[in-house]
Design a protein around this ligand. Sequence first.
Ligand code: NI
Length: 184
Amino acid sequence: MAQALACVSAHELGIMSAKPSSNPDPAFEAIDPWRSEHLTIRRRNLPHFDVPGATYFVTFRAKAELSPAARDLVFATICACDQRIIDLEAAVVMADHLHLIFRLIHPYQLSQALQRIKGRSAHQINQLRNSRGSVWSDESFDHIIRHAQELEEKLEYVRQNPVSRGFVECPDDYRWLVIKRITG
Ligand code: NI
């Protein structure tokens, strides 16, 4: 499991570990998603928050490695959902997982958006592979981005993912990456 989560930074998983007790009002923090420094929801086990206007950082994993053709299909599915279900900021499709940064378009909820992306891409990948069954891990990791600096950090994280994984030397050379705004 630790390996499967390797690309999610430690603070993304902060909700799973004890938080330092330096906060003067820990009870308040515990119930307010905007006050929680690194709210991350493991959606199979915990309730989640749909906050209107929130920008989400979402990661989910493929059960088996995605071929370049499969990554094309996933990327096309994400782009097809953009401006219909999600307002996409950034996406990267890696060989075994993907990261998305987006806002929801009314009236869609986070679970619906993820179901749409996972379901449509899985259907197409199964056709490609002449296979059936689940393509994606059931779990998704989602995180509400709280402020502009964090958005910049997440955008850069997404942008550098293919580089840090050794796929390319420059982010622009990676085929399954989109960043909509200029960073830096
Ligand atoms: Ni990653």
